[in-house]
Design a protein around this ligand. Sequence first.
Ligand SMILES: Nc1ncnc2c1ncn2[C@@H]1O[C@H](COP(=O)(O)OP(=O)(O)O)[C@@H](O)[C@H]1O
Ligand SMILES: [Mg+2]
Length: 230
Amino acid sequence: MASILSLRKVCKTYGENTKNPTKVLFDVDLEFEESSFNAIIGQSGSGKSTLLNIVGSLDRPTTGDILFKNESLAKLSKNDLAAFRNRSLGFIFQFHYLLPEFTALENVLMPYRISKQPITDEVMNRANELLDIVGLGNFKNKLATNLSGGQQQRVAIARSLINNPAIVLADEPTGNLDSDTTEKVYELLREINQKFKTTFIIITHDRTVAEKTDRVIEIKDGRVYLDISK
Ligand SMILES: Nc1ncnc2c1ncn2[C@@H]1O[C@H](COP(=O)(O)OP(=O)(O)O)[C@@H](O)[C@H]1O
Ligand SMILES: [Mg+2]
């Protein structure tokens, strides 16, 4: 299997030039394979979100580098990083950040509107297909505010896939959902992983969820503590 993403000795210190710098990540080396389905677990405050934000180029490491398909991200300018993010990454967060007064379909298309890319027939078809895949075929024209929590998170999942990203990064995507809905959302993510060969890296505090993934990485005090592949 080919590597899609590598972290090389990634360190992160917040407030580096202040009186109280906080070192959060210590020499994290990780390799992610194409099409793999990975869970990151660890106690609150262990550095999981910091790590995911760095992996997603929303934040830069203090030292160390990230390679995407063997290309260093450290060399990219801010604009090039943003372009890379739009092209290659999808994000799902605990709070879905849908726009309540827009329909499910409009929310899925939002990344295009925001980046002022034209919504071609192909993009429109993809948005419709994604909403079908996440089981919202009959809810496309409903306002987000009128959907249940689980349905809203499904819209957010469809939105994260609109650019056909190579990697989807999710930070506690089911943190707000009940256990039945959580299970369904994970089945859905797994289906998408298999159908589109999308690589998933998912932070979860739910061990039963983590057990269903290909690999579980446990972060403890900013270090990789366990790394178990099945
Ligand atoms: N922007 C920030 N500035 C300073 N400290 C931060 C910042 N973000 C997170 N931290 C600290 O870094 C540590 C790890 O946080 P985080 O990555 O959010 O952990 P987790 O997601 O595992 O709960 C915590 O001690 C947190 O307080
Ligand atoms: Mg977190």
